[in-house]
Design a protein around this ligand. Structure first.
Ligand code: ZN
Length: 163
């Protein structure tokens, strides 16, 4: 990775840290999860609302290092308004990238799909920081799973969601 690429990535992370996307609580919501990364002290509480097989809304609050907060912001930007399937596929891709120990090889399509999330590629070289970058993504995955089972159990995606 060239130096200019590195600093461009750092800028993306900094921008999201300073101007977090979808930060805040949403109401109503289908599921709420709280995830912590004890090794760094990062926390995120995340809510989702599903509708028509899509992540209709997502809101989060958190505290911790710039990587954890920026990564949650980037993730939110990428999944809100997207079909659940696509969001989960992106989550898998990002997980793979983070577990690559700096050896991640993304195809052009994958890089395009991950968009700003590729800025965290360099983080995969630092095992201690990988959990920071993954925090928001793992929270999104469990919130969606929880919301899906609630929505299925109630037999409708809309009831009670419109106020
Ligand atoms: Zn952290």
């Amino acid at each position: 990775m060239s130096l200019s690429m590195d600093s461009m990535y750092q800028q993306i992370i900094l921008d999201h840290y300073k101007h977090p996307q979808h930060r805040g609580t949403i109401e109503p919501f289908d599921a709420e999860v709280h995830h912590v990364n004890p090794t760094c002290g990062d926390e995120v509480t995340l809510r989702v609302r599903l509708a028509d097989g899509e992540i209709a809304e997502l809101g989060w609050v958190g505290e911790g290092c710039s990587i954890s907060q920026a990564s949650t912001s980037v993730m939110s930007d990428l999944v809100v308004g997207k079909p659940i399937e696509n969001a989960l596929r992106l989550q898998e891709k990002f997980l793979e990238l983070m577990q690559s120990q700096g050896q991640g090889e993304l195809t052009e399509d994958e890089a395009e799909a991950l968009d700003d999330a590729v800025a965290f590629e360099g983080v995969s070289k630092y095992p201690a920081r990988v959990k920071c970058a993954l925090l928001g993504w793992m929270a999104m995955k469990s919130a969606v799973a929880e919301a899906s089972s609630t929505v299925e159990a109630s037999g409708t995606t809309e009831q009670g969601a419109q106020s």
